[in-house]
Design a protein around this ligand. Structure first.
Ligand code: COI
Length: 364
């Protein structure tokens, strides 16, 4: 990992840490954040770690008007022996560059960004909660901060990394969630920005999410934007179905976000010799599998959501109750293996973990 000269200004005002037993996702933030600036012709510069604080932006900043922004999400854990562990952080930096390219934003140096992240985490390591089901959520993001109302890529940007101690994303935790299949609104179409992690995709999903929430559903399952026939993904996670012994998930097609947890779950399933397919899946196929009793399990995967079993799918009023609304054995096994690797309770045979103490020792 390349070492990055970072100016560090520590706060005099440490915040009180929240109770780790009652953490809500995304509500608490640590004492410091990382910031870097970009100017056309100069590149990324002024890398710094500063006290966490509101930022000041020109109201004409392009991000406010045309949504030129991308983000990532990953997690840090503390192992039983106190080692800080990051789960596949290089994958996030790689994906961030794909998103930046799609939004006409300047690429980051993945190695340097990772270095900035490790330096920030080192400063904030006491914020990593250790209660079961908790972690330190890491949110890197880039915004266009040039003040200009013309529709064109900005010439100025800022890269931030903020940190948030979190509990489970859904109030249900590892218990099954209810999902509404979305028939009216669409999230993305091929050729659009669905494959990028950019704010607009999430803003576009809020209306459907609001309706689902009013009906008592945790999230919506998006269908393809053209025929509204094929399954794509859930609001904040990728989706998997176990049908007649085989695990199927929608193939990456340009409009689905390529989740890092999705990729890891596919790897685990193949490692365990469980039949897996990445392909197109229609809602008709899901309903048929439900009707003939072969829809064994449904679960979502995501950094925030981890593994989230789906207990009910509602497609136009047709309610499919999956595995008696209980967490299935495969979802449980995947959850246990993944979280044990992440937290250091189980060996990591795949080289997914970046142990921070080792990395910092290399830099010293
Ligand atoms: C994540 O899982 O990290 C995400 O980015 C989903 C988010 C929208 C909560």
């Amino acid at each position: 990992m390349k070492s990055l000269p970072i100016q560090i200004k520590l706060t005099d005002n440490r915040k009180e840490k929240p109770n780790p037993e009652t953490l809500i996702f995304g509500r608490n933030f640590t004492d410091h954040m990382f910031v870097a600036d970009y100017d056309e012709g100069k590149g990324w510069h002024s890398h710094r770690i500063v006290p966490y604080a509101p930022v000041s932006l020109d109201p004409a900043s392009i991000v406010f008007h045309y949504g030129q922004t991308v983000f990532e999400g990953l997690k840090a854990y503390k192992s039983p022996n106190g080692t800080v562990r990051l789960f596949r952080p290089e994958e996030n930096m790689k994906r961030m560059n794909l998103s930046l390219d799609r939004l006409c934003m300047p690429r980051i140096d993945e190695d340097l960004a990772l270095n900035a992240l490790t330096q920030l985490i080192q400063i904030e390591k006491d914020w990593i909660p250790t209660v079961e089901g908790t972690s330190l959520y890491i949110r890197p993001f880039v915004i266009a901060n040039e003040a200009f109302l013309g529709v064109s890529p900005a010439k100025k940007y800022q890269f931030y990394i903020i940190l948030s101690p979190v509990g489970s994303y859904y109030k249900e935790g590892i218990h099954p969630v209810k999902i509404l299949v979305e028939n009216e609104f669409v999230r993305a179409v091929k050729g659009g920005t669905g494959g990028a992690k950019t704010a607009g995709n999430y803003a576009a999903g809020l209306k459907a999410q609001e309706v689902a929430d009013q009906k008592g559903y945790a999230q919506v399952l998006w269908l393809d934007g053209v025929e509204k026939k094929y399954v794509e993904e859930v609001g904040s996670m990728n989706i998997f179905f176990k049908i007649n012994g085989e695990v199927v998930t929608p193939a990456i097609n340009g409009s689905i976000l390529e989740g890092i947890t999705r990729k890891s779950i596919l790897h685990l399933l193949r490692h365990w010799n469980i039949p897996v397919a990445e392909r197109q899946i229609s809602m008709d196929e899901i309903r048929d599998a439900y009707d003939n009793g072969t829809l064994e399990e449904v679960f979502g995967t995501g950094t925030a959501a981890v593994i989230s079993p789906v207990g009910e799918l509602n497609w136009d009023g047709y309610k499919m109750v999956v595995n008696h609304n209980e967490t299935g054995p495969l979802a449980r096994q995947l959850f246990n293996t993944l979280t044990n690797i992440q937290t250091g309770n189980e060996e990591d045979p795949f080289g997914w973990i970046l142990q921070l103490n080792n990395e910092l020792a290399k830099l010293a």
